[in-house]
Design a protein around this ligand. Structure first.
Ligand code: DGJ
Length: 735
């Protein structure tokens, strides 16, 4: 018994290994480093603050031997399970969740052993075929490392790109089948990153319809934790984003690692804390209900993952994402263009509109200074409620009281651009499209398909469906003078089956759907570069970097209540730039939750980024319209800063009740403070601002001048709330 215990006791012996090569990808302030051992295993030796191209092989060598782990390849004390393998495969003695899991068609085995064979630096940042990906701005170092499973002759390429000025890395994996037999990919993560510690907290963005992207932060514990989607979309309930932070990390101090997957379908984003207190982060396509058959000579590429490290808190991490997405991800034609103030008719009329109502609304929209009139759901086919029409993308001239052209020109005569809503991916049973093509939707032939919101999901993988959608939408955009498109998607998948896929390929469908969606979006958006695209999925049901690669902005939530939106907007600000997040001033009482808030508060929250209105302006009083007119004019004055200024979440005393953020650029600092519930007998507070230029002074709207240090150390005096849902916006000008 005693002998046994001694045998299993953790010994002081170190691992015996020799490192043959090391790679360091450096950005301005951070670095990602790799090492290869003489056995050809690839390890990630470091991710964090920049250290330089130094020898980091000791990270692998000074690890104490843990008991009960296998000696890899029979080499004494060479235990890869306790080392930070860059891309562990099932079967090579690392018995945790692997990054790659393949079933080989020739013998049914699932063991792989990918070892380093070569690397090369690429001259440019490669785009991913068929998938959205980032593009290079400034210096980008792209390293491609090739690993080979020599037994099966399958290659794995890791492409890691370091965006120097952004302190951000991207990674994608390509698997190439060079064998003579087909293989099945059951799991192929976009990243696997192992930290030799477990003292982290994980932040994810979770919620549901109407309360998307609420920040959830909790300490890691041993085992799996994270978020995932199997809904066919990234989903309202979870976002393909996670951050790992030190327990002490705040908005402005401490270390934070941010990860975001450029993908809009089923994903996993999370980590496993193993039995030796290591943390393994993984993001990629959700392996649940996924597999992919790879024939000889074929390749499979994973979505790209974005990874960023900040040592000055969560604001810095978010700002790195914001800058990176603005410059390197969203479509360039609108990336830095100020977005128009819009009026959307959805909450003003829902389906109940006619030409007269629309034009009356447009009149008022023009009066208050809006620049774009958006005609939402109900303009096409026969669509007076949710039960019919989806798929019939031709204008209902009876309802519109004339041609769409006539409506557009009347709207334009009022000085407004015209925008329109589509929900291309769906079909109603009561539609011409369904009557002609009942076989175009996803369903299992002998089962009754589930119906959600009276609609089914089209099987986008069918070429004829892709051609129909691309051509019908393109024709409309060519025929009519449309400046903006809202691309909606209002249900998740339930009947995942395609009649065109063989039975062993059905688990490819959810991913093939997303590839087809990207293909359609790519065709349409590239053919119409002057049209501003906004995506939507019943609000924020597909708010992810994949959609942002095609559509410059996304509708954040169907819940337009200003107070409920605070948490959604705050959550989204962890990764996504303000200008990508659309927010509208809607009616009071709010249509979703009945809350009554002032116009001031609704405006302050909606103008956090991309601003508009979604209420019946025709029902407002003269004085309300005058107030809105002044708000729009003020928004336009500060629009550049509000849409593109650096977004900083400010620390408040009671985050449950108070919310404050700052937008700043080279001219202005705009601070918004909201207090949800007024408290009796309190004193006015000061709000400490951040990251101001300490070489200049700042003047508030009353003319008072502060030094930057005063504002950062003592703080900006803020008004004492006089009622619930109190909002105040402060504009400071650099002098
Ligand atoms: C859901 C969207 O989120 C709403 O803004 C609106 O466009 C409706 N769909 C229309 O059906």
């Amino acid at each position: 018994m005693l002998t046994k215990l001694t045998e299993h006791k953790v010994a002081a012996e170190k691992m015996v290994l020799s490192v043959t090569d090391q790679f360091h990808l450096l950005t301005e302030n951070t670095q990602l480093s790799f090492a290869v051992t003489d056995q050809g295993n690839l390890f990630t030796t470091y991710f964090g603050k920049k250290l330089g191209a130094i020898d980091l092989s000791y990270v692998l060598k000074d690890v104490n031997r843990a008991s009960y782990l296998a000696d890899t390849y029979g080499i004494k004390n060479y235990k890869v399970e306790q080392l930070p393998l860059t891309y562990p495969s099932f079967g090579t003695t690392d018995l945790n969740q692997p990054a790659v899991h393949i079933e080989y068609g020739d013998d049914g085995s699932r063991i792989s052993d990918f070892r380093y064979i070569s690397h090369r630096y690429l001259v440019e940042k490669p785009a991913l075929e068929g998938l959205p990906s980032t593009h290079a701005i400034g210096k980008v170092t792209s390293l491609e490392i090739t690993l080979l499973d020599a037994v099966k002759n399958v290659k794995l390429y890791l492409t890691i790109c370091a965006f120097e000025a952004y302190d951000t890395f991207t990674q994608s994996i390509r698997l190439e089948n060079l064998s003579n037999a087909a293989l099945t990919i059951d799991r192929l993560m976009s990243t696997h990153l192992m930290f030799l510690k477990d003292k982290f907290e994980m932040i994810s963005l979770t919620g549901a319809w109407g309360r998307e992207a609420y920040v959830q932060r909790k300490a890691l514990t041993q085992g799996f934790q994270g978020v995932s989607s199997a809904r066919g979309a990234s989903g309202h309930g979870q976002n393909p984003f996670v951050a790992l932070v030190d327990p002490n990390t705040t908005q402005n101090t401490g270390e934070a690692y941010g990860f975001n997957l450029i993908y809009s379908g089923n994903f996993v984003a999370g980590c496993e804390v193993d039995m030796h207190q290591n943390t393994r982060v993984q993001l990629g396509i959700n392996p649940f209900d996924f597999s992919w058959t790879l024939e000889p000579t074929e390749s499979f590429t994973t979505p790209e993952v974005v990874m960023t490290f900040a040592d000055k808190g969560l604001n810095q991490m978010s700002q790195q994402f914001h800058q990176f997405y603005t410059d390197c991800l969203v479509p360039e034609n609108f990336a830095k263009k100020e977005r128009p103030v819009l009026l959307n008719n959805w909450e003003a009329t829902y389906f109940d509109f006619d030409r007269e109502k629309l034009l009356a609304l447009a009149d008022k929209a023009a009066y208050v200074g809006a620049e774009l009139f958006v005609l939402d759901d109900g303009w096409y086919g026969r669509r007076d409620d949710i039960t019919s029409g989806l798929g019939d993308w031709y204008p209902n001239e009876e309802k519109l009281g004339g041609t769409l052209d006539e409506l557009i020109s009347e709207v334009q005569q009022k000085g407004l651009q015209f925008g329109i809503w589509f929900e291309p991916e769906m079909i109603c049973e009561d539609s011409e499209l369904f009557r002609q093509h009942p076989d175009w939707m996803m369903k299992v032939p002998e089962r009754t398909p589930q119906i959600i919101r009276s609609q089914y999901v089209l099987d986008l993988t069918l070429t004829e469906v892709q051609e129909y959608l691309t051509s019908i939408i393109s024709t409309l955009l060519e025929k009519y003078d449309i400046s903006y498109v809202k691309w909606d998607m209002n249900r998740n998948f339930s009947d995942i089956y395609s009649t065109k896929l063989s039975k062993n390929r059905q688990k490819e469908l959810a991913h093939r759907y997303i590839l087809a969606l990207y293909h359609i979006l790519d065709e349409i958006t590239k053919a119409h570069p002057d049209v501003l695209f906004e995506s939507c999925a019943g609000g924020g049901g597909r708010f992810d970097p994949g959609m942002l690669a095609y559509t410059n902005q996304i509708w954040a939530s169907d819940n337009t209540d200003a107070i409920a939106r605070l948490a959604t907007q705050e959550g989204l600000s962890y990764a996504y730039p303000s200008v990508t997040v659309s927010g509208h001033v809607s009616a009071a009482p709010n249509h979703q939750i009945g809350r009554i808030t002032s116009l001031d508060t609704r405006t302050a929250v909606a103008q956090n980024g991309n601003f508009g209105y979604e209420l019946n302006l025709s029902a407002l009083t003269e004085s309300e319209l005058t107030e809105i007119k002044a708000d729009v004019s003020r928004y336009k004055t500060y629009r550049k800063t509000l849409q593109f200024g650096q977004h900083t979440r400010l620390e408040v005393d009671n985050p449950q009740n108070e919310h404050a953020w700052q937008k700043s650029d080279d001219k202005l600092v705009i601070v918004t403070m909201i207090q949800t519930l007024v408290k009796p007998n309190t004193v006015a507070k000061r709000l400490r601002l951040l990251d101001l230029d300490d070489k200049v002074n700042y003047q508030d709207e009353s003319g008072k001048i502060y030094t930057a240090n005063e504002l950062m150390s003592i703080g900006l005096p803020v008004e004492k709330p006089t009622h619930d849902y109190f909002a105040k916006v402060y504009v400071l000008t650099k002098v």
